[in-house]
Write a protein that binds this ligand. Structure first.
Ligand SMILES: [Fe+2]
Length: 172
């Protein structure tokens, strides 16, 4: 899957290309290019072995962009888990599968969430993220990952979500 241009990319080169894509097109179009490039580096066995496999933390920051604030994260998720539907507030995110499988669900908004109000969402579809698959979630795109076993991912967040307050959603 990786081509001549992306095979052998270092993390620093990958991050620099992501930066250039976002700089050229700050909206969904630039992120879509980041998503495509992420898919290619995830198909590069050497990249995954070097930057993803050694990480034992659930959330490990590989890179934070000084100009745009996006973060590239390596995730090591142990054991099965079902997550609740959520969005990333005013941010976007890209999920890229490196090892194992994620069952991803998309949801549509039924009623909005607020600081003291749980939003309501309706299930739309379920699809698999397998190694080398990356998916973009723009602002407000509701989703919920689940897994039957351990996984490893690279995720890119438009901003560091550990510093952002999120609202809750429930399925109806
Ligand atoms: Fe998410």
């Amino acid at each position: 899957m990786g081509n001549m241009e992306t095979v052998g990319l270092t993390l620093e080169q990958f991050a620099a290309k992501c930066h250039d894509f976002i700089k050229a097109e700050p909206g969904p179009a630039g992120r879509k290019k980041v998503c495509g490039l992420l898919s290619q580096v995830l198909a590069d066995e050497q990249f995954v072995a070097k930057y993803v496999d050694p990480n034992k933390d659930e959330r490990h920051k590989l890179y934070e962009d000084p100009e745009f604030g996006f973060v590239i994260l390596a995730h090591n998720y142990e054991g099965p888990k079902v997550s609740d539907p959520h969005d990333h507030a005013h941010s976007w995110a890209i999920y890229g599968q490196a090892r194992g499988e994620t069952d991803m669900n998309d949801w549509s908004l039924v009623s909005a969430a607020g600081p003291d109000k749980t939003g309501k969402v309706k299930h739309v579809r379920t699809y698999k993220l397998t190694p080398g698959v990356a998916h973009l979630y723009n602002e407000g795109d509701l989703h919920s990952p689940s897994r039957d076993a351990s996984t490893k991912l690279i995720r890119i967040e438009g901003t560091d979500m550990t510093k952002v307050k999120r609202f809750k959603f429930e399925a109806v």
